[in-house]
Design a protein around this ligand. Structure first.
Ligand code: 48F
Length: 264
C-alpha cells in the first residue's frame, strides 16, 4: 500500500502509543480481574465474558496455558474426563479423543490455545508479562472487601528492584494462580486478623482430588474468589496430576459464582 511506506518508525511508535492509551484506559477498571492464564483462569474468563462481563486476565509468563502446557512430564498429552469437562473442552473447539471408557486424551497446547481463544472471542483481554503482587482492599476482618490488584512487570520483580506498582480496579478478583496460590498468600499475610492458613495441597488421589477442587471452588472473602489448583492449596485437597477436567469445571463454576455475587 502506497501510503503505508510514508510512515516512519516514529509514526509507528506514536500509533502504538495511541492504541495503548485506548486499551489501558479500558482495562484499569474492570468487572473481573483473573490472575493466572492456566486452564481454570482461561475457562473462567471465557464464561464470564460470555455473560457480558468486562474481564482482564493477568499472567506473569509470556504464554497462556499455565501448568497445562507441560502436559504430563513435558509429554504432549493430557487427560480429561467424560461429562462436564469433555463438554467444556469440546465447546472450546479442542479435539478430544476417547481412549477408554470415561476418559479422553487432549493435546495440552491445543486445549490451552482453544480456551484462550474462547476467552478473547468473548471480550476478555489477556495481559502477559505482568505479575500481581498485591490486593486492593477496603475494610478489615469481616468487613474486608477486595477491590482490585496491584501489578508490576515480571522482570522488575525478578530483578528484585523496588518499583511501585500500577493499579487495576475490579469488582471481583479471581485467584487462578495454580500451585502458587499467590493471592491467597498475600491475603493471609496482609490480613492476619482473618487467620487464614494455607496448608498446601494434599497427596495424589486422583478422583477425590478432581471432585474436591470443584466442590471447594468458592469466594474466600468478599470480592476474592479461588479456582483451580489454588483451591487445593487452600483447602489441602488431593493433587490429581495430568488430568485437567477439574480445572475446566472449576473455572466454569467460579464464573457462575461471580455472576451470582454480582446479582446480589
Ligand atoms: O498452574 P496453572 O495452570 O493453574 P490452574 O489453572 O491449572 C493447574 C493445571 O495446570 C495443573 C493441574 C493439576 O494437576 O491440572 O497443574 O489451577 O496456571 C496458573 C497461572 O498463574 C500464573 C502462572 O504463571 C500460571 O500461568 N501466576 C501465578 N502467580 C501469578 C501468576 C501472579 N502472582 N501474577 C500473575 N500470574
Amino acid at each position: 500500500p502506497q501510503n503505508l511506506y510514508e510512515l516512519s518508525e516514529g509514526d509507528l511508535s506514536k500509533t502504538l502509543i495511541d492504541a495503548l492509551y485506548k486499551k489501558l484506559s479500558e482495562i484499569v477498571k474492570v468487572d473481573v480481574a483473573i490472575v493466572g492464564a492456566g486452564p481454570s483462569g482461561l475457562t473462567a474468563a471465557w464464561k464470564l465474558g460470555e455473560k457480558g462481563y468486562k474481564v482482564l486476565v493477568l499472567e506473569r509468563m509470556l504464554g497462556v496455558g499455565g501448568g497445562m502446557r507441560g502436559g504430563s512430564m513435558l509429554l504432549p498429552v493430557g487427560l480429561i474426563e467424560d461429562g462436564e469437562a469433555a463438554e467444556i473442552a469440546r465447546e472450546a473447539g479442542a479435539r478430544i479423543n476417547k481412549i477408554r471408557n470415561g476418559l479422553f486424551v487432549v493435546d495440552p497446547s491445543e486445549l490451552a490455545v482453544r480456551l484462550a481463544s474462547k476467552a478473547i472471542e468473548n471480550g476478555a483481554i489477556i495481559w502477559p508479562g505482568v505479575l500481581v503482587e498485591d490486593l486492593i482492599t477496603r475494610g478489615r476482618g469481616e468487613d474486608l472487601v477486595v477491590k482490585g490488584v496491584l501489578i508490576n512487570w515480571t522482570p522488575i520483580y525478578e530483578a528484585g528492584w523496588h518499583v511501585d506498582p500500577f493499579y487495576i480496579e475490579a469488582n471481583a478478583v479471581v485467584d487462578a494462580t495454580g500451585h502458587d496460590g499467590s493471592l491467597l498468600r498475600v491475603l493471609a499475610k496482609r490480613h492476619p486478623e482473618l487467620k487464614i492458613n494455607i496448608p498446601g495441597m494434599s497427596s495424589q488421589n486422583v478422583w477425590i482430588g478432581e471432585e474436591m477442587v470443584v466442590e471447594k471452588t468458592s469466594m474466600v472473602v468478599k470480592g476474592l474468589f479461588v479456582t483451580g489448583m489454588s483451591v487445593a492449596e487452600l483447602y489441602n485437597t488431593n493433587r490429581m496430576g495430568a488430568i485437567f477436567g477439574g480445572m475446566l469445571v472449576s473455572g466454569r463454576k467460579v464464573a457462575d459464582l461471580i455472576d451470582d455475587y454480582f446479582g446480589k
